[in-house]
Design a protein around this ligand. Structure first.
Ligand code: NAG
Ligand code: NAG
Ligand code: NAG
Ligand code: NAG
Ligand code: NAG
Length: 612
């Protein structure tokens, strides 16, 4: 009898578990290389295998009308029109929440609603399709799984299968009168309390439906489920005055409570308007330049439009057109560096020098560097060190660069004082700077270049602690296929940063930079050297961290590796995401490593969340 009761109890417990809510997967839903299943779609643990469900989509051109939103979500135009109380050809103001009714069903382990998407020039990679076109209503990793194309294989017009995130109520939810689940993509200012007010449901039921703890952070562009007793109505939807994610956010520095919502909206409005204005001006100029230059860069800048990140980046695009290189005389160089005096020496063969009151860095090189000059002369990006001029004397070359006040990242990380080095935000910005520089080098130069020697000592910091990549002596044009040539003398670079396939075959692809970048990320997270002595053995930092991250409960162990200058409880989450990104860059198989474009996307997200 007791046995029977005990079994019943177990059975009940089991049922509770089965009927447990969906777990909020936080930010990992945004991660393209995601292996975490819970961050994928919602699991099939509802009472029924299919049901009516709803999504909220925020109108945003080009998806801002009933026809375009129904097309995007493959839902019926009539149904969208009727539930939003508008006509079938209506256009919505930007930011207006539009209710989309979908049929949700269980496919394998996950619920989904089927939609199709045609790859466009604005939305050309899985990440932007998931987080921008679909606003997080689908995930990058589920798109990748549903479609055979690799992330590089998406061509204009390709039809993709899009599994939209939805779910059916569990038995517990049905018992507490929940009829529908609404998939809601979180906005910047959203809190569970605010959402529960608007949809007139209890915070407890929202927390329950998403496995959220009290006061747990919810991230923009991720979704939560809202359990509803009746179908949602247009009276519950509002116009979200959301800011573009990457524009400057001065107002965030102040506590929200000090300002009224209205004021906040006004500011957001002004900021957004300024941003748009700057954007228009810049796009206009870029367009004019491209028109003149013709061809080559056109498709790149087309692609680049959806990455219009900070204005600094755009200025670079404009400035990229060669303004000519200054040729210095040897006399000038000697005078500036006080005849290469030891006082002027920065490190190795690099000297500082005063040129007409301006401090520049001079690098002496004994090799023929015409290739390097050719490359450097043609690149112009905020995050790549700028070549100011050259000089040749007796077969020795002198390259003149901008002087970087704070020296190399390696030296900076060695700095004991925590004033500067103790900030996560700074370190994320440095990572993002390096990533942006590499992204440019890999995607916007022709031919595409590989840096080949990314390491913390080749990352220089200016007085504002913004990073620039330096030392292009190993840079070369990327190849895509295996070359039969043996590159013995080419397998150069720095131990601790070398990608395994490069060491084995000498194959040069952009993925060797991605690998090395992964190592630099680890240095930023841990503050440690890339090679660690353990007794008499030397171990690579990357190997240690990769093996930690493969284990369950990596968090605790990772914690002991985080740079103590950075430690602070609330940042464990950020550290973990940075470590995950790094580990994906360190994947053994080069094709499985993310592109720098994806890395930039992920880091931008981390940076935004870090501002919270
Ligand atoms: C949510 O997390 C709990 C504990 O981590 C787990 O037991 C449960 O199965 C998860 N639920 C779903 C739907 O994944
Ligand atoms: C949606 O739009 C695409 C391209 O604009 C078009 O090819 C497709 O047929 C449309 N789908 C529906 C269901 O109208
Ligand atoms: C629908 O819109 C009309 C006017 O446009 C309004 O009178 C009516 O109350 C609205 N219905 C709902 C359910 O909001
Ligand atoms: C949805 O798409 C999947 C393939 O991605 C297919 O197997 C399934 O039958 C589709 N379901 C419906 C209802 O169209
Ligand atoms: C909110 O929900 C309660 C029941 O939970 C209901 O009595 C009340 O009328 C609802 N309020 C609105 C404005 O719909």
């Amino acid at each position: 009898m007791y046995h029977f009761l005990f079994c019943l109890f177990l059975l009940n417990l089991f049922n509770v578990c089965i009927n447990a809510q969906q777990n909020y997967s936080g930010n990992s839903a945004l991660d393209c290389g995601n292996i975490d299943e819970s961050a994928f779609l919602y699991t099939c643990n509802g009472q029924r295998p299919h049901c009516q469900a709803f999504l909220i989509y925020k109108a945003e051109p080009p998806f801002n009308s009933v026809p375009s939103i129904s097309n995007l979500t493959s839902s019926s135009q009539a149904a969208v029109a009727s539930i939003n109380n508008v006509t079938e050809d209506a256009t919505f103001p930007t930011g207006k929440e539009v209710i989309v009714p979908v049929t949700c069903f269980c496919l394998g382990r996950y619920y989904q609603a089927n939609a199709t998407f045609h790859v466009s020039s604005t939305y050309g990679i899985y990440y932007t399709i998931a987080t921008e076109a679909y606003q997080g209503l689908t995930t990058c990793s589920s798109l990748k799984r549903a479609n055979p194309q690799s992330e590089y294989g998406l061509v204009l017009g390709t039809e993709l299968k899009v599994p939209l995130r939805c779910a059916c109520p569990t038995r517990d939810q049905t018992e507490s009168e929940t009829k529908y689940l609404l998939t809601y993509s979180v906005n910047k200012e959203d809190t569970v309390a605010g959402i529960s007010d608007r949809f007139n449901v209890s915070q407890k039921s929202i927390n329950g439906a998403n496995g959220l703890e009290e006061k747990q952070t919810i991230f923009p562009s991720t979704t939560i489920l809202i359990p509803l007793p009746t179908a949602p109505s247009s009276s519950q939807t509002i116009i979200q005055k959301d800011q573009p994610l990457d524009s400057p956010q001065p107002f965030q520095k102040h506590p929200k409570s000090h300002r009224s919502k209205r004021k906040l909206y006004e500011e957001i409005g002004i900021a957004a308007a300024c941003f748009v204005l700057v954007l228009i001006i810049i796009l206009f100029f870029t367009f004019m330049f491209n028109k003149r230059k013709d061809g080559v860069l056109q498709s790149d800048s087309e692609r680049n439009k959806n990455h219009v990140l900070p204005a600094a980046e755009l200025r670079i695009e404009i400035a990229r057109f060669d303004q000519g290189l200054r040729v210095f005389t040897f006399k000038e160089i000697k005078k500036a560096t006080r005849n290469f005096s030891s006082k002027n020496r920065i490190s190795g063969s690099v000297y500082s020098g005063g040129f007409r009151g301006k401090i520049l860095a001079v690098k002496r090189m004994r090799r023929d560097v015409s290739n390097q000059i050719h490359l450097l002369k043609n690149i112009n990006h905020f995050n790549l060190i700028k070549l100011q001029g050259v000089c040749e004397n007796d077969g020795v070359f002198y390259l003149v660069f901008k002087y970087m006040k704070k020296g190399s990242l390696r030296d900076w990380l060695r700095n004991e004082s925590t004033d500067e080095t103790g900030s996560w935000m700074r370190r994320i910005q440095i990572a993002l700077d390096v990533a942006n520089g590499l992204y440019y080098l890999h995607s916007f130069t022709k031919p595409a270049y590989v840096h080949g020697d990314i390491k913390s000592s080749n990352v220089l910091l200016n007085s504002g602690l913004r990073a620039k990549i330096a030392n292009f002596s190993l840079a070369r044009a990327a190849v895509n296929e295996k070359s039969s040539v043996v590159f013995t003398s080419w397998v150069s670079g720095t131990r601790g940063y070398l990608a395994p396939e490069f060491v084995e075959t000498g194959q040069v692809t952009s993925k060797i930079d991605v690998f090395a970048f992964g190592v630099v990320l680890l240095e930023l997270i841990t503050g440690k050297y890339t090679i660690i002595a353990q007794g008499r053995r030397e171990i690579l930092l990357s190997e240690i961290i990769v093996s930690i991250m493969e284990k369950d409960g990596a968090e605790a162990e990772l914690n002991s590796f985080i740079d103590p200058r950075l430690k602070c409880d609330k940042w464990t989450e950020i550290a973990l995401r940075m470590a995950q990104l790094s580990v994906s860059c360190l994947t053994e198989e080069p094709t499985k490593r993310p592109s720098m474009e994806e890395v930039v996307s992920v880091l931008s997200k981390i940076r935004v969340d870090c501002k919270y």
